[in-house]
Design a protein around this ligand. Structure first.
Ligand SMILES: C[S@@+](CC[C@H](N)C(=O)[O-])C[C@H]1O[C@@H](n2cnc3c(N)ncnc32)[C@H](O)[C@@H]1O
Length: 183
């Protein structure tokens, strides 16, 4: 898996959706999970989390968009169904990314959209459940950046499983760093 990613939610209000999303995040190998102004007591949920995801994925909670504090050089990607959003199949995932999804009854706030480096949508007829949307984004990232087990063999031209083994990764040549005074 190249790089890292985190998953976040803004104003989430249903425990089941938080549980679903944090579980998928854990399964896809997320490095962290965060919530901005959640409308559900996530701290209380952690006690009853049967998948133990919160024991394995670091959790951050922010009172507001302004208080959100992401790792340095981490690209913030908003997941929202708008006219202008980039379509997910055409989106190049950043190596270091935090994906943030909106509340069940609304959309990402204008303030948060303003902070996002990109806004991406899953092309479909209408909005779907926030947990499902998050899982689709993570699956799409896995296709391009590899999964927790590493890279995947190429798809064959015909229907069916891979016909060729995974090619060994080729490392680039070492660059010689010229010392001062050498020519
Ligand atoms: C259920 S949707 C919100 C409801 C929606 N605003 C509506 O009233 O039709 C909750 C969140 O899921 C995410 N979402 C759902 N479907 C999506 C899609 N097709 N593309 C991008 N994000 C989606 C977004 O983050 C959204 O804010």
């Amino acid at each position: 898996m190249r790089g890292y990613f985190g998953i976040g939610v803004e104003g989430i209000s249903k425990e089941a959706n938080v549980g679903n999303l944090v579980r998928s995040s854990h399964a896809f190998g997320a490095s962290f999970f965060f919530a901005i102004a959640p409308d559900v007591d996530i701290e209380a949920m952690r006690v009853s989390d049967t998948s133990d995801a919160f024991d394995h994925v670091p959790y951050y909670q922010y009172e507001s968009v302004a208080a959100m504090d992401l790792p340095k050089e981490c690209t913030l990607v908003g997941i929202e169904f708008t006219e202008e959003s980039i379509e997910l199949p055409s989106f190049r995932h950043p190596t270091r990314a935090a994906y943030v999804l909106g509340p069940e009854m609304g959309s990402l706030s204008p303030e948060l959209m303003e902070r996002c480096d990109h806004i991406v949508k899953i092309p479909m007829k209408f909005c779907i459940n926030v947990g499902v949307a998050g899982a689709l984004v993570m699956y799409d990232r896995q296709l391009s950046h590899g999964g927790i087990g590493g890279r995947f063999a190429q798809r064959p031209v015909r229907a069916g499983g891979p016909t060729e083994d995974l090619q060994a990764h080729k490392h680039g040549h070492r660059r010689k760093i010229k010392s001062k005074g050498s020519s």
